[in-house]
Design a protein around this ligand. Sequence first.
Ligand SMILES: Cc1ncc(C[n+]2csc(CCOP(=O)(O)OP(=O)(O)O)c2C)c(N)n1
Length: 600
Amino acid sequence: MNAEYERLGQPSVSLDDIRRFRQLDSKAPGHPEYHWVSGVETTSGPLGQGVATSVGMAVGQKWLASRYNQPGFDIFNYHIYAVCGDGCMMEGVASEAASLAGHLGLDNLCWVYDNNHITIEGNTRIAFTEDIAARFLGYGWNVLRVGDANDIDRIEQALQLFRQTKGRPTFLILDSHIGYGSPHKQDTAEAHGEPLGDEEVRLAKRSYGWPEDAKFLVPDSVREHFAAGVGVRGAEAHRQWADLFANYAVKYPALASEINQMQRRELPIGWDRNLPVFAADQKGLAGREASGKVLNVLAQNIPWLLGGSADLGPSNKTTLKYEGAGDFQADNPGGKDLHFGIREHAMAAIVNGLSLSKLRPFGATFFIFSDYARPSIRLSALMELPTIFIFTHDAMGDGEDGPTHQPVEHLASLRAIPGLVTLRPGDANEVVEAYRYVMQLRHQPAVLALSRQALPTLDRSEYAPASGVAHGAYVLAEARGGNPELILIASGSEVSLVVEAYERLLKDGIRARVVSMPSWDIFEHQTQEYRDSVLPPNVKVRLAVEQASTFGWERYVGEKGRVIGMHTFGASAPLKELQKKFGFVPDQVVAVAKELLAAK
Ligand SMILES: Cc1ncc(C[n+]2csc(CCOP(=O)(O)OP(=O)(O)O)c2C)c(N)n1
């Protein structure tokens, strides 16, 4: 990355970049991409994501102001503006986010709607005829309208009104014309998706009174106007803020240091103190229970760690219960428990917005509903944001809920997102270590897939320490005397299952090794030497066990190996019966292991 990209007073996107619009390495890519240039504050492109993310930024500003602003020190005092089109307004994620923004009364948020009635297939009358003003009034927004997008004075007045409005976000409807000034293409869908063509461009320029043949023309007077306007105002505002912050740092050094750490995505000293250590226990603890305990400790150690669930807090165990955590609401903007309501997609986008505001956010739901959040998780990875997604009920643990609630392809699908760290810890201590790893990420989002049901807490004096989680996979139990004939690999709830099978095989004189593999992604980033030490290339008899689609496991079990996994959807029945039906029982693991050894 260009270290100079944020130097004030120099354009971070040059005219040359714009000339090379959509070409490799141009700073003017097809859609705005966060973190390559200054001034692009989120990656947008999938319609509706930008506005939904803006709600996270607005929540973030409220929280930051509540914690850090002090009398005479309005350190966080900005507004959030988002410009959106018909496409954004049609997308469900925008509705989810707008509904929550209205409920929270986010009066620091203004959406400017480019109401041009044109999308790709033509006029919006073919598919989008609702009363959008009524819709936003229903959400509890302040709805304003400017009938002519070129009426700068009226727009300025409307924005003034936004800044004066308390207790409600503002929705500003701007009636506009796509392809304005183009005599044959204005107000047509062609103006959205096709170049106007040389002749039409010339005619449009003529209608503006612009030199007709000049290309990429930016007259000096424009540069001067901007430099004297936004340039001067921006530099002055920046200087004033820097002075204010310098004084703040003298008066409130601890708070200032928090802000600095947050900005650099660092963790405060002692962030991992008091993390629990779970004693060996055959009955054990559910992944979600262990997670709840860890999260409550971390949120006390890290002031800016906050988040919530899409109405499943009591089930995900993500509620922050310690004294002073509090619910985030309009009248309590310093609360750390967010209630996203049943809006998984907006939740993930809001989590992105919080992270872009440099907070450390988490969002939670059942693993199955990660599908509803996936587009925003993908953008988290693309933007390299250290967001945290806590997904419980990671397999068939909620048996009776049946196949609509039992994830199958979700691990494979999340493992396929570049840069996303997916972790499925196998017992309570692996949950602790998973969090320890995730908290230290600065540029990668993470998914924690956690069990609903209790999993035995392994005796770490007998098996390897859970700190192996930091390598993605580790040898949990070694064949006595080394030199294994067979490797059993598992993640999550299947780790204790293969440990049981391992003990049985041992009794039958079979030398197996158990590898706990909570994260493919982390494992892939280890040295070849380490990976070969965990999965020695000469040990070809390998059996992976995971309550999920077998898709992709070939890479670890190889041609001679086998996977006990899911090839169909699950079913509605008590967990024990499902485990039997789908082969997640020690007998089956032992039988397949012996079969593989016999076929060697
Ligand atoms: C989630 C998503 N679906 C589809 C698209 C493809 N797409 C890009 S622009 C567009 C039409 C958008 O219309 P509008 O918001 O009115 O923009 P305008 O025509 O005013 O430029 C579509 C369907 C997309 N970018 N994102």
